[in-house]
Design a protein around this ligand. Structure first.
Ligand code: PMP
Length: 288
């Protein structure tokens, strides 16, 4: 049996969950989205995700057809209808049906899709062994062109970088900004540890303000670890003691190789492991 999908105000069978070929979400990537986790039946960090979604929509002058409370309710209904206790929600708002022209003002009603399903971003053993990454040659979108804080349906910049990673047998690509500073991975934020201090690039370097990022910073501080937001270079990534990525799907995952060079001693480090544990505990107790 297929999934039940929330589409424009009601739950429909997966086979009937179809959008128009004239939806500008498809024609132009005109829309915004969120990826959200469900742990033990509870929607994780719901408010933060809803806030970011509405801010991204506001940035592109896109009207979300439901208010924040209704949207939360629609997500919960979709999760329940699919019996998801531990899974993932994909929330997509498209510009809606228009004509074969860029003009978004002809699209009268935005489209809303909610999918609740299982995900497995990385194989379980990679959380033990850590992943390999490469430095992408594809430069992160210039912030004056398309700011990374806007979580839009345009992921081509990141997709091209991800292809570079896959071509060289790596799981992820690290993207640098137009000035050569580390921005983020294609769907995760970047953290390194050097001499016991945690460093992560500032959002202004071209990183999405990850909800997992913000949470991990908070959890690290609760562990009395120092966290510094500062511009990082390739040098910093090559000489660090620990390296990890954070994201809704990946949670906290160690990086053990970059551009063929071993990170630290080649295994996820103690701070990475500790923060992964703390994240797990928090995710499974939050909202209880
Ligand atoms: N950067 C990009 C480009 C992303 O798509 C994501 C995933 N949403 C992240 C970082 C991590 O953000 P979050 O922790 O909110 O999932």
């Amino acid at each position: 049996m297929g999934l039940k999908i929330w589409l424009d105000g009601k739950l429909v069978d997966e086979a009937d969950a179809k959008v128009s070929v004239f939806d500008h979400g498809l024609l132009y990537g005109d829309g915004v989205f969120e990826g959200i986790r469900v742990y033990e039946g509870r929607v994780f960090e719901l408010e933060a995700h809803i806030r970011r979604l509405y801010e991204s929509a506001r940035m592109i002058r896109l009207e979300i057809p439901l208010d924040k409370g209704e949207l939360g309710g629609a997500m919960k209904k979709t999760v329940e209808a699919n019996g998801i206790t531990d899974g993932y929600i994909r929330l997509v708002v498209t510009r809606g049906v228009g004509t074969l022209g860029l003009n978004p003002l002809v699209c009268e009603k935005s489209g809303l899709i909610i999918i609740a399903d299982q995900i497995q971003p990385y194989a379980e053993e990679l959380y033990e062994t850590g992943i390999k990454v490469i430095s992408a040659t594809t430069v992160r979108n210039h912030p004056l062109a398309l700011g990374a804080q806007l979580k839009s349906l345009n992921y081509l910049n990141n997709i091209i970088a991800r292809l570079e990673a896959l071509d060289s047998g790596a799981a992820e690509a690290i993207m640098y900004n137009h000035e050569g500073y580390v921005a983020e991975a294609t769907v995760e934020n970047v953290f390194i540890v050097r001499d016991g201090v945690i460093y992560t690039p500032p959002v202004a370097a071209g990183a999405l303000e990850g909800i997992t990022r913000n949470l991990v910073i908070r959890l690290a501080k609760e562990e009395n670890l120092e966290v510094v937001e500062k511009n990082l270079t390739r040098y910093d990534l090559y000489i660090c003691n620990e390296f990890f990525l954070t994201g809704t799907a990946a949670e906290v995952i160690g990086v053990v190789e970059i551009d063929g060079r071993t990170v630290g001693d080649g295994k996820p480090g103690p701070i990475t492991k500790r923060l992964r544990e703390r994240f797990f505990e928090y995710a499974h107790s939050s909202g209880k």
